[in-house]
Design a protein around this ligand. Structure first.
Ligand code: ADP
Ligand code: MG
Length: 392
């Protein structure tokens, strides 16, 4: 039985009736373009095969009853009209209730029974939170019969995460969950949300994308993120531009001289060169030169490590071991100080890369990372479950 059919069965068991709609939305990997989104720059995510599923049906009493297979102990039963960010629940329920709250202003006002299940790892930087929001958002809009474009739905889910859950995220994760298509990455200009699909089908050219989950998350992560954001805003103001996205590689020498602060100049250098690497990546993918993506990934990692200073021992170790094992390129993904590394390789090098990474971590007595293949997959989709009609 597939995941959606299993969820429909479980829904029937929990709520005593069938779901009226089932949607799923994927986690994502950002191929390149790290710490560029809050500088109004470029990003290049693709959807993972791993997804969050949401099954839902109307409630006439206006209540929201929400459950997750992953967090069975935390169940919500609240009146939809009473939801307020300043009275949000702790834990996972803030995400679906935030989406209910955000979509009420767009006309989806009813109550619902909701059951969630998923296989996107939680908190690993693969954006299970946006997958959850977008699956729930699609189900709610569908139940309410509210016609929303996928971009509007993505922005509503982003508002849910920013204003209800309280996480200062950009729109990339929700746009990726809703708009990505199989065999493509989504090139997004985060300034105006202009975007286009760019082909990425590694298997067709004998390549593979590996995800190395280091399973570490150092406590520095959120304070460093806030610090880097502030640094970028300060530098942009000092240099007289709206955002660092407005600077180009050719401007860096003059900018460095004007900043009088070497550390700040290195932060600027990362953002400016990273935006250039995203554009170069789009070009090589559109020309079908996947192997040329490798050096761009490695360049991104070095820039994040040396100029933006958001890497850590485990990320560097995984990236370096992958390269020693024969990878074409590797880089840390996500905010930094833990999480995962993305590796591009010839399929024939996969075994030696895996063993190089496992050995490097074992030699240092570090926990063995999870290694999996990532395939650019489809964005949010509806699942139709065949129902058996009983005849008397
Ligand atoms: P990431 O988005 O990188 O996975 P976040 O911390 O942003 O990490 O979001 C993870 C949170 O999203 C989890 O702690 C949980 O609250 C919620 N979440 C994601 N998927 C599910 C799920 N299937 N069931 C319940 N909660 C989920
Ligand atoms: Mg998240």
């Amino acid at each position: 039985m597939n995941e959606a059919a299993a969820l429909a069965d479980r829904f029937q068991h929990v709520f005593g009736h069938s779901p009226e709609t089932i949607w799923s939305a994927p986690g994502r990997v950002n191929v390149i373009g790290e710490h560029t989104d809050y500088n109004e720059g470029f990003v290049l995510p693709f959807a993972l095969e791993q997804r969050v599923y949401a099954a839902a049906s109307h409630r006439v009493d206006g209540w929201v009853v929400a459950r997750s297979v992953q967090v069975p102990s935390e169940v919500a039963a609240v009146e939809a009209h009473s939801l307020r960010p300043d009275a949000r629940p702790d834990g996972w329920l803030a995400y679906p209730l935030g989406v209910v709250w955000a979509l009420r202003t767009l006309g989806a006002t009813g109550g619902l029974d909701l059951l969630v299940d998923g296989n996107v790892p939680l908190g690993s930087g693969l954006s299970s939170s946006a997958a959850l929001e977008c699956a729930v958002g699609c189900a709610i809009a569908d139940l309410a019969g509210v016609q929303l474009s996928r971009v509007d739905l993505a922005l509503a889910c982003q508002i849910a995460e920013r204003e209800f859950v309280g996480v200062p995220c950009g729109p990339m994760d929700q746009l990726a969950a809703l708009l990505c298509t199989a065999g493509h990455v989504l090139f997004i200009d985060t300034r105006d949300l202009d975007r286009r699909q760019v082909p990425l089908d590694p298997a067709s050219s004998g390549h593979t994308l590996l995800l190395i989950d280091t399973k570490v998350r150092h406590s520095l992560a959120s304070s460093a993120y806030a610090d880097r954001r502030r640094s970028c805003e300060r530098a942009a103001k000092w240099l007289g531009v709206r955002a660092l996205r407005d600077l180009h590689v050719a401007d860096l020498e003059v900018a460095t001289g004007e900043l009088h602060d070497l550390s700040l100049a290195r932060r600027v250098k990362h953002v400016v060169t990273e935006n250039a690497r995203v554009c170069a990546a789009v070009q090589v993918l559109e020309e079908g030169l996947l192997e040329d993506l490798g050096p761009l990934l490695t360049g991104s990692h070095i820039s994040l490590r040396d100029d933006y200073e958001v890497s850590c021992l485990e990320l560097d170790l995984a990236a370096e071991a992958a390269e020693r094992g024969g990878a074409l390129g590797a880089r840390m993904i996500g905010g930094g100080f833990g999480g995962s590394v993305l590796v591009l390789a010839d399929t024939t090098a996969e075994a030696s890369i895996r063993s190089s990474i496992v050995t490097a971590f074992a030699e240092r007595d570090l926990r063995e990372p999870d290694i999996s293949c990532a395939t650019p997959s489809t964005g949010a989709s509806e699942h139709f479950i065949a129902t058996t009609v009983a005849h008397s």
